[in-house]
Design a protein around this ligand. Structure first.
Ligand code: PMP
Length: 373
């Protein structure tokens, strides 16, 4: 049987990794500044993470959400402490799209409305509710186009003030757009969404799937702006590669048996992985490291010529060049052996592990300077 061929692949086969280093099947070493799409948060194969997940697998890998799973409570407790959102509740899922799907559904259960406001260049996932609020017609099948969704320009305060009304079910926004090219939501924009939702009873959904979990230098990027969303979706860095996601839900929402559900969400292995990630984030002060190392990269990159715009916060960095970036990205990968990502045709995306070391950042800066200085 062949694979359904939907992914254009680089001809590289990683077989081993540690921290921000990867090795391929030929023994070639790489510096990983992409973390497999912002997924590797605490570093590849972190020994504590490997031990915790391994130990859990030996005891019990899975049982369904029909029995007591204290690991879920431990995870919720730790998440409440590290995020500062102790009064929120946690519903566990398996991916970013599923988190957004449940966030939208919960919003609609809550206020009984259907209209959703999303933003230009937004990416929220590929399941039907999530892709309907994603601004990319090429990944929507005819069945996914929904006339209950209104797209407004990202960061447009006036548009938000005008469009959010008493028919609006939810406003969904990424704190820092990832796929859209590392566009940071302004404080005014997030505050305008909060105010409009308060005024109308619409639900403020913050998609933290890519920008959350410490990546921005705060646990959640909206904490830079001092707003509090009603529902926060998470995934990617949450499990450091183990598929786990979730939503944090403000105390205004009342749970009801059967309202939301999933077979795999919150399973024992996922909880062990997610708890190990939080333990490591805390012990190794990785949020602080993301803030400091990210700022160091931004400060150093400012001096480079050929950069049209630098965007981002913490270790979520977009480097927009005057010229298309494909050739540079390919050279970084195949010649210099550094993994980076792109967004659109002109922006390089850096989404490394939050444990990226200064020497590793320096290596990138030295190599990258050949191409843009
Ligand atoms: N939201 C955002 C902001 C994302 O970046 C992504 C993934 N790129 C998703 C949702 C979807 O996550 P997943 O691929 O885990 O479904």
């Amino acid at each position: 049987m062949k694979l359904f061929d939907v992914y254009p692949l680089y001809d590289i086969e990683p077989v081993k990794a540690l921290g921000s280093t990867l090795w391929d099947s030929n023994g070639q070493e790489y510096l990983d500044l992409y973390g497999g799409h912002a997924v590797i948060s605490v570093g590849h194969s972190h020994p504590y993470y490997v031990r915790k997940v391994g130990k859990q697998l030996k005891n019990l890998g899975f049982y369904s959400n029909s029995v007591r799973i204290p690991l879920q409570e431990e995870l919720a407790d730790k998440l409440g402490k590290v995020s500062g959102l102790k009064d929120y509740t946690l519903f566990l899922t398996n991916s970013g799209a599923e988190s957004n799907e449940n966030a939208l559904k919960l919003a609609s259960f809550h206020n009984g409305r259907t209209k959703v406001i999303a933003f230009t260049k937004a990416f929220h996932g590929r399941t039907s509710g999530a892709v309907a609020v994603t601004d990319n017609p090429s990944i929507k099948a005819p069945i996914n186009f929904a006339d209950h969704v209104v797209f407004l320009p990202f960061n447009d305060v006036e548009a938000v003030k005008k469009a959010v009304d008493h028919d609006t079910c939810a406003v969904i926004v990424e704190g820092i757009q990832g796929v859209g090219g590392i566009q940071v939501a302004t404080d005014e924009f997030l505050k305008a969404i909060r105010t409009a939702c308060n005024r109308t009873g619409a639900v403020f959904i913050h998609d933290s799937v890519q920008c959350g979990y410490g990546r921005s230098g705060r646990f959640f990027s909206f904490q830079h702006s001092k707003v509090k969303p009603d529902i926060i979706s998470m995934a990617k860095g949450m499990g450091n590669g183990f598929p786990v996601g979730g939503i944090l839900i403000s105390p205004a929402f009342k749970a009801k048996y059967g309202m939301l559900g999933t077979t795999f969400g919150g399973n024992h292995l996922a909880c062990a992985a997610a708890t190990a990630v939080l333990d490591i984030i805390k012990k190794e002060k990785l949020i602080e490291n993301a803030a400091v190392t990210g700022q160091y990269l931004l400060d150093e990159l400012v001096g480079f010529k050929g950069i049209k715009e630098l965007r981002g916060r913490g270790l979520m960095i977009g480097i927009e060049l005057e010229a298309p970036v494909k050739e540079i990205r390919d050279a970084l990968l195949f010649k210099d052996h550094i993994f980076t990502g792109v967004a659109g045709s002109h922006t390089i995306r850096l989404l490394p592990s939050l444990a990226l070391r200064k020497e590793e950042a320096d290596r990138f800066l030295e190599v990258f300077s050949q191409y843009v200085k």
